[in-house]
Every structure is written in structure tokens, then in C-alpha cells.
Write a protein that binds this ligand. Structure first.
Ligand code: HGY
Ligand code: MN
Ligand code: MN
Length: 417
């Protein structure tokens, strides 16, 4: 590990962070080395309960807002000062790794534990936030808890969002006991830091340990429903068919084509497909396709999105079905706070931690928090850039330096005038 040039640079207890990460990795179902800890599931509740217990053991006061977002606060000498918040998410993808989101939340906890060990009091309070349903696997859109906190989504609308089984977000929050009383004031944050695995190969390939995230791709998403008619797969003549699966198939191929056309910067997929009745011998009368296009330049992302939706009438005619856009969302296309970007870069340089500026192609809770508070993200490497995959993997020697940069940047911000 590079020896820090920063006089009396603070350092976390890397072993303790790893033990905490491994403990989290045991909470929830998942094949082999991964996790499938979906938002508001029993496993999510179990993880939340353990996390809240850890925070209380570390002397934090814990509060929960009406969206299940958890805030664990370590008091500062100036009780009236706005807190410096460190956050991310504890829910995982359905075939996810143990580190996406989780590393950011548990790094925040480790920073509080380290400050306790060193009996360091900061001027501003320091708070660790765990946002609900970042992954958008169970409930769409992604980053739902952070978006609700920032006032981007209406409270009643969020609570009414349903999962594929028709179970409402608000019902599940009540069921797991994380429907908090009153909303937190989104204006009550001095600065927000989110440390996250890069989920790409750049830092590892360049032998760097910290990515200072200056902004994010523009991501545009939609849920498109095709309505056709059930009919027999045999006797029904081709001219008489209204096959919703054909509509979906043509759109999926088209979205992929658009991604290749705008590659390498442009990205696209239709990651989710619902088919009804999805049985042998009967033509599908309903399909739902999730469109996801992304690009570092907003105008290009917009063009990709328009191209995808402009073909709907053509597909509808061709497949003799109806096409309806049921939901739309967008996130990203932002720049993070310049002062915080400069602070993280200064600390990384002083600590001799090899770093670079970069953009995020993945969405993060920080995107929504950035609409209400100065915000920055720190990326740390992950093996082969593999993520949203059970074999997501990180190592202490290239992760701990980034958490140490976060620790020193947060303390400096928490003590600033
Ligand atoms: O979709 C995203 O980029 C994020 O991982 N939820
Ligand atoms: Mn994440
Ligand atoms: Mn993710």
C-alpha cells in the first residue's frame, strides 16, 4: 500500500471492514459467491436490522424516513450544523455481487467506527445513509428511495409502486417494519459522498485505486407494453395473428441495433421481458419490454431513445398489435460538485493514492442526492469490471486506499468553516 504523504493521514481498520462486508455477504439468498437480496424482502429486512444494530453499537442515533431510507448519525460538536453524509445501498441485484452498494454503506460505518477508535470529534455530524431499492429489480424505477428523498418522486406514487407479483412498495415497507414517520429535510445535507465499486474495467486496467467521478451518463428507460390476442399456434393463419411476442422481439432487436450504432460510448439493452401467457401452443396476447439506453452525451442518449420509441407504430402495424409506453424514467447526465471533486483529488494526491477522473455509466443514488446537496462519488476497482453478476469480486489491497481517501476527505469537509 502506497505510504501516504499526508501528515497523520487517518486510516480505517481494513480487517474490520472486510469482516463486516463478509458478514453482510452471508445475509440473503444467492448462488455461490453472490447475493440476491432484493429490496424490502425478508433478507433486506434482516440486513437492515443487522446494520441498524451495528450503527447503534457505534453510538449513532438511527432514523428511518417514509421510504425506508435509513440515516445513522454520529454527533458533531456543532449540533446545529448540517451533516456530512456517506451513503449507498444494501439491496442487491437478483444475481448480484456482495459489494455493489454494500461497500459504500459499510465504508461509512467503518469510518464512524474509526473516528470512535481515535476519539476524533468532528464539527459537523457525520451520517451514514442506506437508500431503499437502488437496484430497481423489484420496484421500478431504480434509485427509488433516493429519488423519493430528493423529492423527485411523489410520496404516494412511490408507495403505490408494485413488484411483478403486484405487491405494493408501501405494503412491504410496513411488513418489514421500515415505514418511517416523517420525511427527512432534503436540504439538510452539507455534503454527500458515495463510494462505489467502479463496475467497469478502467481502474484495474490502468493500475489505479481511486476513480473520482465527475458525472454520469444520461440513462433513459421505458416500459413498453404490446397487446395482441391469444390464438392457437397451429390452425390460426399467419395473416390472422396478433402476436405480442413478435412486437417485443422486433423492439428488442431494434434497441440492440441502436446501441451498436452509437457504440462504443452508447449502450442499450432490453433487460426485462414479461410474456403472457408464455405457454406452449398459444399465441402471446401481452408482452412488456424494458428499454434501457445510455450515453455520456445527453443529446445522443435522447436520440437513441427517440429512435427506439419512434419504431413503435411501425412494429405495431407489422405485428398487428397495440404498443403502449407504460412508464418512462431518466437519470444521470449530471456533473458532481466541483469543490468536492477537488477535495477528493487533493486528498488522493496527498495520500499518494493513484487516481483519475471518470464518468459513471451506471446509475447511483448519488445522482438524485446531487439534486439537493453538493455530491461526489469515489470509485474503487472491481475484478475485470464484473458486476451485476455473482462473481463480482474486490480485494482489500486495492479497495482500502479508496476508503482511506474517503475518510480523510469526509473529516476535512466535516471540519471546514
Ligand atoms: O441501473 C443502474 O445503472 C443501477 O445499477 N441501478
Ligand atoms: Mn449500486
Ligand atoms: Mn447495481
Amino acid at each position: 500500500m502506497a505510504v501516504s504523504a499526508l501528515k497523520n493521514a487517518l486510516e480505517i481498520n481494513g480487517e474490520r471492514l472486510w469482516d463486516t462486508l463478509m458478514a453482510s455477504g452471508q445475509i440473503g439468498p444467492g448462488k455461490s459467491t453472490g447475493l440476491s437480496r432484493l429490496a424490502l424482502s425478508d433478507a433486506d429486512k434482516q440486513m437492515r436490522d443487522v446494520f441498524v444494530g451495528w450503527c447503534r453499537e457505534a453510538g449513532c442515533t438511527v432514523s428511518v424516513d417514509p421510504f425506508g431510507n435509513i440515516f445513522a448519525r454520529r454527533a458533531g460538536s456543532d449540533a446545529g450544523a448540517k451533516p456530512v453524509v456517506i451513503g449507498s445501498h444494501l439491496d442487491t441485484q437478483i444475481a448480484g455481487g456482495k459489494y455493489d452498494g454494500v461497500l459504500g454503506v459499510l465504508s461509512g460505518l467503518e469510518i464512524i467506527r474509526t473516528l470512535n477508535d481515535l476519539s476524533i470529534e468532528t464539527k459537523r455530524p457525520i451520517e451514514v445513509a442506506s437508500w431503499t431499492n437502488e437496484e430497481g429489480v423489484r420496484f421500478q424505477p431504480p434509485m427509488l428511495g433516493a429519488g423519493a428523498f430528493a423529492g423527485i418522486h411523489d410520496r404516494a406514487w412511490v408507495l403505490s409502486q408494485t413488484d411483478p407479483d403486484g405487491v405494493a412498495f408501501g405494503t412491504e415497507l410496513e411488513r418489514i417494519g421500515y415505514a418511517g414517520p416523517e420525511p427527512h429535510d432534503p436540504g439538510d445535507i452539507d455534503a454527500y459522498f458515495e463510494l462505489h465499486i467502479e463496475q467497469g474495467p478502467v481502474l484495474e486496467e490502468e493500475g489505479l485505486q481511486v476513480g473520482i467521478v465527475t458525472g454520469g451518463f444520461t440513462s433513459l428507460g421505458a416500459e413498453v407494453e404490446f397487446h395482441g390476442e391469444n390464438a392457437h399456434a397451429g390452425p390460426t393463419l399467419m395473416r390472422d395473428r396478433k402476436d405480442a411476442l413478435v412486437g417485443a422481439a422486433v423492439l428488442i432487436a431494434k434497441v440492440n441495433e441502436i446501441g451498436w450504432e452509437f457504440a462504443p460510448k452508447g449502450r442499450s439493452t432490453c433487460a426485462r421481458l414479461e410474456i403472457s401467457p408464455n405457454r406452449y401452443g398459444i399465441i402471446a396476447d401481452r408482452t412488456v419490454v424494458t428499454v434501457d439506453v445510455r450515453h455520456p452525451e445527453a443529446a445522443e442518449a435522447e436520440q437513441m431513445y427517440r429512435r427506439a420509441l419512434d419504431v413503435l407504430p411501425i412494429i405495431a402495424k407489422q405485428a398487428n398489435v397495440e404498443a403502449t409506453v407504460k412508464k418512462e424514467w431518466c437519470f444521470g447526465g449530471l456533473s458532481f460538485d466541483t469543490d468536492l471533486v477537488n477535495l477528493v483529488r487533493t486528498v488522493a494526491a496527498e495520500m499518494n493514492v493513484p487516481h483519475r477522473h471518470m464518468l459513471s455509466a451506471a446509475g447511483h443514488d448519488a445522482y438524485h442526492v446531487a439534486t439537493v446537496a453538493p455530491t461526489v462519488m469515489i470509485f474503487t476497482p472491481c475484478r475485470g469490471g464484473i458486476t451485476h453478476n455473482e462473481s463480482e469480486h474486490i480485494e482489500p489491497e486495492y479497495t482500502v486506499p479508496g476508503v482511506n481517501v474517503l475518510l480523510n476527505a469526509v473529516v476535512r469537509r466535516a471540519n471546514a468553516r
